[in-house]
Write a protein that binds this ligand. Structure first.
Ligand SMILES: NC(=O)c1ccc[n+]([C@@H]2O[C@H](COP(=O)([O-])OP(=O)(O)OC[C@H]3O[C@@H](n4cnc5c(N)ncnc54)[C@H](O)[C@@H]3O)[C@@H](O)[C@H]2O)c1
Ligand SMILES: [Fe+2]
Length: 386
């Protein structure tokens, strides 16, 4: 199997990387920037700080702070209208995966006719968008380095996954200092999302020689730093470690793939508006229990890195210990069971199980899993995670 690897042409990593934003814009001949962000980033400061840096460098700046968590096609249309009205020529995204994904979709709709839904799936975006600089503030989705965007189609209540090289940001400025404000619950949810990227990239049927080292390093960094970042908000070493883990996890999964956890998590996010990291976290142990026998040596390697078992434990026992280890990690990070998550109403959940299973399969991600489930098996897995 041939392996292809796509990442942004420029990735700047380290404390203060965000201040490179004006220099990067100048490098690409940008004159008028649309800053795409959300209310939280405007309230907490990073949104305003980036706007000020760009304005000071003499660029015209317009701010679109209308992206909601787990962004929708409507957010994208609103941002596109502002981009056009202000005659912008580039986009700077500041925030978690939501503003970055919305910015990617706005960027491609500048060059590709709407509706966005026609670009859902793999390699369907014909033309590149405008220059896009991504500055992540969660650690995280890794969206700053991926050719993936996830946007909710509000008419069908489906989280559309788009994958295309034309969605790649031009540059990523990966600055852990922006994550120091994350509260523990957000740190936990986005941190387990990162871990899920590392694990799924590594066990995926599309795992390859270019993604394996990044996936393993991502898992190692999470093992070392997630608990400290969760318990000590201002621990700079832990924040830097998790930011790097998120970036490496993004590079790994976008060039391998995500699998069944992400496939099952998107329908929960689309229907019940459960945050992406949380919907992955509640599924990860159950899906791991279902999947490990089809790739026991890979799951065993993950278990050993995470310290779930002794180094000499044989593969099957090690892989099994991962399930317990992931359940313990969730408990330590305050991640509830699926049935106890806010907004996931029981009657509706049971009524929609078949739709969720079908939507999960339609996304294509479960087909990359080491063990490929039927729709009925996915229904059972949702019930087990409840
Ligand atoms: N494109 C990809 O490769 C990719 C990968 C995984 C997930 N995703 C998508 O990313 C989205 C989730 O992104 P996310 O988990 O980063 O969260 P998010 O962007 O949805 O942000 C969640 C909340 O956290 C706040 N926040 C962000 N940074 C903060 C900080 N430093 N301090 C305090 N609060 C902060 C935001 O204002 C927001 O209210 C989902 O839509 C998911 O599907 C995309
Ligand atoms: Fe994810």
């Amino acid at each position: 199997m041939l392996a292809q690897f796509h990442v942004p042409a420029t990735i700047v990593v380290g404390g203060g990387a965000r201040r490179e934003v004006a220099a990067q814009c100048e490098r690409h001949g940008v004159k008028r920037v649309l800053v795409v962000t959300d209310e939280g980033m405007m309230r907490l400061g990073p949104g305003g700080e980036i706007v000020a840096i760009l304005a000071k460098a003499g660029l015209a700046v317009s701010t679109f702070a209308g992206v909601q968590p787990d962004p929708t096609d409507i957010n994208v249309i609103d941002g596109l209208a502002q981009f056009r009205a202000e005659r912008c020529d580039a986009i700077v995204a500041v925030g978690g995966g939501s503003p970055i994904d919305a910015a990617k979709a706005i960027s491609v709709l500048v060059a590709n006719a709407p509706p966005l839904s026609q670009y859902a799936g793999y390699h369907r975006v014909p033309r590149p968008g405008v220059p896009l600089l991504a500055i992540p503030t969660t650690a995280g989705t890794g969206s700053e380095v991926t050719k993936v965007a996830v946007i909710t189609d509000t008419e069908r209540d489906v989280k559309m996954m788009m994958l295309s090289v034309n969605l790649l940001p031009t540059a990523a400025l990966v600055d852990y200092e922006l994550t120091l404000t994350m509260p523990p619950a957000l740190t936990a949810a986005v941190g387990v999302d990162t871990l899920t990227h590392g694990i799924e990239a590594y066990v995926s049927r599309k795992a390859n020689a270019l993604t394996d080292p990044l996936a393993l390093s991502c898992i190692q960094l999470v093992a070392r730093h997630l608990r400290n970042a969760y318990h000590e908000r201002a621990n700079r070493e832990a924040r830097a470690g998790m930011m790097l883990a998120a970036c490496q996890g993004g590079m790994a999964f976008a060039n391998s793939s995500v699998c069944l956890v992400h496939g099952m998590s998107r329908p929960i996010g689309a229907i019940f508006h459960l945050a992406h990291g949380l919907s992955n976290a509640v599924l990860l142990p159950t899906v791991t229990r279902y999947s490990w026998s089809a790739a026991s040596s890979r799951y065993a390697a993950v278990a050993r890195i995470l310290g779930c078992c002794a180094a000499e434990t044989p593969d099957a026992a090690a892989a099994e210990s991962l399930v317990v280890g992931l359940e313990r990690l969730n408990a330590e990070l305050g991640v509830p069971r699926l049935g106890a998550c806010p907004g996931v109403e029981e009657t509706r959940f049971h009524a929609l199980l078949t739709k969720m299973a079908e939507d999960a399969l339609a996304s294509g991600s479960p087909q990359n899993n080491p063990r490929i489930p039927t729709a009925e098996e996915i229904v059972t897995l949702y019930q087990q995670a409840w």
